[in-house]
Design a protein around this ligand. Structure first.
Ligand SMILES: NC(=O)c1ccc[n+]([C@@H]2O[C@H](COP(=O)([O-])OP(=O)(O)OC[C@H]3O[C@@H](n4cnc5c(N)ncnc54)[C@H](OP(=O)(O)O)[C@@H]3O)[C@@H](O)[C@H]2O)c1
Length: 247
């Protein structure tokens, strides 16, 4: 690994998009700090990449503070990726505890980690990239809790960019459509593999975690004066949230 780009912190690095992004950034020359709750997974990944693993629940202030400390003064990149969806019930049947957990992770967690690392990122003329979702573009049936959380996360992105317009730090957003990762839908449906598989049934080529990691790697490595405000990425088969081709 050529360590020329400084330290990249990736939250939610234990699976899916986060793990693929950690690999991509390591290949691009970052020393990667892999953060998530499942320590065994991030330790294995950090070993593979020559990085470090930090157990961090982004909703726990003490663990976020420790993440910032362990990442250290050479941090140039933060990928706010930890998050996901819980449930697909209509509002009339909503599990509001699940809504709170989605908000806590996707919004408050991303805000807390950003807050903790921001002084260093500004000092190093760094960048923050948020992994939001096309769910932030508008609602869909059963999606109010997740769409609302991702829209609030997008609001963080937009606000930060305005607040920091005169500081040497870039604020970017990668907004994926359908990505077939092992756990996203499984988590959403409480471990029901059949329901999770049905999400992708017949879709010729959903995006992969590596496709999104590729986008994140590209956004991260533009010259310092180039800010990619938002990159929306969908599989070709998904023309819009409700317009998905299934063979
Ligand atoms: N897959 C899609 O279709 C899709 C589309 C648009 C956007 N996204 C977004 O992309 C991101 C990654 O999704 P994915 O598909 O890669 O799903 P995933 O495999 O389920 O990844 C979610 C990651 O977040 C971590 N995480 C969850 N809660 C956390 C917490 N409280 N503290 C720290 N880490 C936490 C999980 O690790 P631990 O459980 O080990 O903590 C896991 O590594 C999410 O923000 C998701 O909303 C996904």
């Amino acid at each position: 690994m050529t360590e020329t780009r400084g330290v990249a912190v990736v939250t939610g690095a234990s699976s899916g998009i986060g793990a693929a992004t950690a690999r991509r950034l390591a290949a691009d020359g970052y020393r990667v700090v892999c953060a998530a709750r499942r320590l065994d997974r991030i330790e294995a990944l950090a070993d593979e990449l020559g990085g470090i693993a930090v157990r961090c629940d982004v909703t726990d202030p003490a663990q976020v503070a420790e993440l910032a400390e362990r990442a250290g003064g050479e941090t140039t990149l933060l990928i706010n990726n930890a998050g996901g969806a819980l449930g697909l019930e209509p509002v009339a049947e909503a599990d509001l505890d699940a809504w709170q957990r989605m908000y806590a992770t996707n919004v408050l967690g991303a805000a807390a980690v950003t807050k903790a690392l921001l002084p260093t990122l500004i000092d190093n003329a760094g960048q923050v990239i948020f992994v939001t979702s096309v769910a932030a573009d508008g609602g869909y049936e059963g999606g109010a809790g997740y769409c609302g959380a991702k829209a609030a996360e997008r609001s963080l992105v937009q606000t930060l960019r305005l607040e920091l317009y005169d500081r040497p730090v870039r604020i970017a957003e990668v907004s994926p459509g359908m990505v077939h990762t092992d756990e996203f839908s499984l988590t959403r449906f409480g471990g029901d593999q059949q329901r999770a598989d049905a999400v992708y049934a017949g879709v010729p080529d959903p995006l992969t975690a590596e496709d999104i990691a590729d986008c994140i790697g590209w956004v991260a490595t533009r010259p310092a004066h180039v800010n990619i405000d938002r990159m929306t990425v969908r599989p070709r088969a998904q023309a819009a949230q409700h317009k998905i081709f299934r063979a």
